[in-house]
Design a protein around this ligand. Structure first.
Ligand SMILES: Nc1ncnc2c1ncn2[C@@H]1O[C@H](COP(=O)(O)OP(=O)(O)O)[C@@H](O)[C@H]1O
Ligand SMILES: C[C@@](O)(CCOP(=O)(O)O)CC(=O)O
Ligand SMILES: [Mg+2]
Length: 395
């Protein structure tokens, strides 16, 4: 344990195209959001590990001496592709969290304890970890990935496995490429616990930030992509990524010859979108480019409905926005949660205002977002707003 206090943050994400298909090896395009999750880690002398998760009203502590026996017979973490199933089983027995459980608190606690035990396996440290997020939890904006990336970065740095990049002169700092790759791989373990079968796109965006193309574990930054104006709508319909991802898998198994072309077509949507964005960056954006982007959004939304991850609230979003010539699709796992609407550079403020009003009257939250935020960072307290510090410091 090298540090007494550690502050980190990681962004949420929006998937433009490729959610669900990306789990089955297809191409996805995703971009970081200006909404972040913040984590404070303190070393203590209490002999306890404590976690404070105010977003989900969870405040728990365990004696280190009670956790130690869980590590008996633990394997080396190896290439961080698979979870240690025996450790996870012991953890489930210890916490009383059942295999089929998908509730918010259970998933967050399991991911934390698993990561803590495996990172600190050689010498369990007495720490308090507090996490607070600007992201809605379980709404398709990658809150689980931002949570896991923060945990991974803070625990690995506190353990001394990776450096603590912040110098006294800096307000924020990032790790080197190799260390970021390690952060990403450990965060993926947390995603495996929360999602069951994650593609890795969300933790990649949380780690690296910016606009990414993700394909079968290969991450390509698309830094040249033109700035897009995106409206985000949270239908506030709760859903679990784990349940939705497993539903799509069941459908693929049941109707393999029907579903495989759908996944292939979504991949082609991602590639065509990438091509269009390249043309927009090279030749300057035109109305035709925007028409293509809009049609691709409509096509993908239909495909996602075919996969069974639509919801009547998302249909409402599409209908309300289309009535004003705007095109929307769900983002993330669907089944409720959030949707994105593409705005044109010239979309009039009055159109946006009336869209906001109608969506709000449906009970939804709606805002114009800013995309392309930096990935995981370490901060000094001077870098964080008073509001965030007040929450993190109150435990
Ligand atoms: N700020 C947070 N505090 C505690 N747990 C969180 C937080 N953000 C996310 N989580 C965990 O991530 C889960 C949500 O993940 P998921 O269903 O993948 O939705 P999404 O990633 O789209 O928000 C929650 O149930 C919780 O376990
Ligand atoms: C559905 C999926 O493509 C994205 C899930 O994102 P979110 O957890 O709903 O933010 C799953 C994945 O890629 O792991
Ligand atoms: Mg998630």
């Amino acid at each position: 344990m090298q540090t007494r206090e550690f502050l980190v943050s990681a962004p949420g994400k929006v998937i433009l195209h490729g959610e669900h298909s990306v789990v089955h090896g297809k191409v996805a395009l995703a971009v970081s959001l200006n909404l972040r999750t913040y984590l404070r880690l303190q070393s203590t002398a209490s002999g306890e590990v404590r976690i404070n998760l105010p977003n989900i009203d969870t405040f728990l502590a365990w004696e280190i001496t009670a956790l130690q026996p869980l590590l008996a017979g633990c394997k080396e973490q190896g290439d961080l592709k698979e979870l240690d199933a025996d450790l996870l089983k012991r953890l489930r027995e210890f916490t009383g969290i059942l295999d089929e459980s998908t509730d918010t608190r259970s998933m967050a606690v399991l991911a934390f304890l698993y990561m803590y035990l495996t990172v600190f396996a050689e010498a369990l440290a007495s720490i308090t970890v507090s996490v607070w997020s600007e992201l809605p939890t379980g709404a398709g904006l990658g809150s689980s990935a931002a949570y896991n990336v923060c945990l991974s970065a803070a625990l690995l740095s506190a353990r001394g496995t990776i450096s603590s990049p912040l110098t006294p002169q800096q307000e924020s700092a990032r790790w080197c490429k190799d260390e970021m790759e390690l952060i990403n791989r450990w965060a993926f373990m947390g995603e495996k616990i929360i999602h069951g079968n994650p593609s890795g796109v969300d933790n990649a965006v949380g780690t690296w930030g910016g606009f990414l193309r993700y394909h079968a574990g290969n991450i390509t930054p698309l830094s040249w992509v033109p700035i897009l104006r995106i409206l985000l709508t949270n239908t506030k319909v709760p859903r679990s990524t784990k349940v939705l991802v497993s539903g799509v898998k069941d459908k693929i198994n049941k109707f393999s010859s029907v579903m495989k072309p759908v996944l292939e077509s979504v991949s082609a949507v991602s590639c065509t979108c990438e091509q269009t964005l390249t043309e927009m960056a090279t030749h300057g954006p035109s109305a035709e480019h925007y028409s293509i982007l809009e049609e691709l959004i409509d096509i993908n939304q239909h495909h996602l409905n075919v996969m069974g991850v639509g919801h009547s609230s998302l249909d409402t979003l599409c209908r309300v926005t289309l009535a004003r010539g705007l095109h929307s699709k769900l983002t993330g796992a669907g089944g409720g949660g959030c949707g994105i609407t593409l705005l044109r550079p010239e979309t009039d403020a009055s159109v946006i205002q009336s869209t906001f009003e109608e969506l709000k009257s449906c009970g939804f939250d709606c805002w114009e977002t800013s995309i392309g935020a930096p990935g995981v960072q370490q901060h000094s307290s001077a870098a964080l707003s008073q509001d965030v510090l007040k929450i993190l410091n109150s435990y």
